[in-house]
Ligand binder design. Sequence first.
Ligand code: FEO
Length: 407
Amino acid sequence: MPAIKLNETIFWIGVNDRTTDLFEGLWPINDVGVSYNSYIIKGEKIALIDLAKGIKTDDYLSQVEEVVEPSQIDYIIINHVEPDHTGLIKIMSKLAPNAIFVGTEKARKMIADFYQLEDTKNIKWNVVSNGDEINLGNHELVFYDAPFVHWPETMVTYEKNSQILFSCDAFGSYGALSGKIFDDDVGVDQNFYEEEALRYYTNIVAKFSRFVIKAINSLEGLEISMIAPSHGLIWRRNPDRIVELYKRWAEYADDPTGGEAGITLIYASMYGNTNKMMNAIAQGIGKTGIPLKIFDAARTHVSFILPYLWRYKGVIIGAPTYEVNLFPPIAYILDIALRKRVYNKKTAFFGSYGWNDGAKRDFEKIAEKLKWSVLKAFDFIGGPSEEDLKKGEELGQKIARSILSSD
Ligand code: FEO
């Protein structure tokens, strides 16, 4: 994609990555891709805000050259050191030898650690703190600390004249850009970016939700005309929309109610017995009208399960006993839930075992760590009888009603 104007002097450039299969080496993006947005402010002095992952270097450099002669860049703003935004730093430091790097003290150290680019030896730094400003002549940049949104060194950059907030990971999403970069350009595809923003949020940022709230609160007084993150859409028509979504998602982290009315039913089955009970329970839940999302844990990456786990207050786990323990794909998902701090859910458990039980016991231990309140946990030997399934259906209905009426 060529460079695109945000206004007469501020430009989007960036890499649309449709070839990386796993973001952070962990989260599948092979179907949707991701963008690494970067921006050029062309004032009396020239600033480049954030870079990109070290792929498609030629395309990125062509975009830079469309807008400015790289050697004339005065400042390279490092909002965040993660290599999806700094992978091109070595080449840019050579092509823009006079550029001063701007970032927090932690960013300066981390760039040295990641790239062996040391202050004064290889690059020049202007280390900034919260509220510091740089005047580009006809543009003024202000830097605000946003620690742990996503790493400890992270900051955001605000351009006073245009009132554009360059927010880096904050307010970002998965999903490569398809020729259109603004919320008002994408029509119904905005839903896609919002869904991918939630997946991105739960995969990447959720653990740091308290810091997200803190950052949103600290930016509250700013007049913002546009939010220009480093992943996904630029929010021009309605910048408040993505801020409100992020705020809502961040608030779920400490929500004692566990979130929205809804149930995530995660199950796995070795020979169909736990699967039969899952269907019976789902049938019972279906009678109540509560939103229900079912995932086969062995066949679905946790990346796609996390958005539902995060939002819905109800979680039902169906898992067989495997070698006297919880079935491994379920154990993995619950471990990720623990790492991401998916707390305060209302939960239930069911599962089949052959001769020794174990899955239910493991589940109850993990549920305690997750601060999940267990409404019901039961297991059964071998296959469920018709009577067992009837009871399962009734139980599904009962659990769903209990979740619906809880707060
Ligand atoms: Fe997009 Fe935390 O890097």
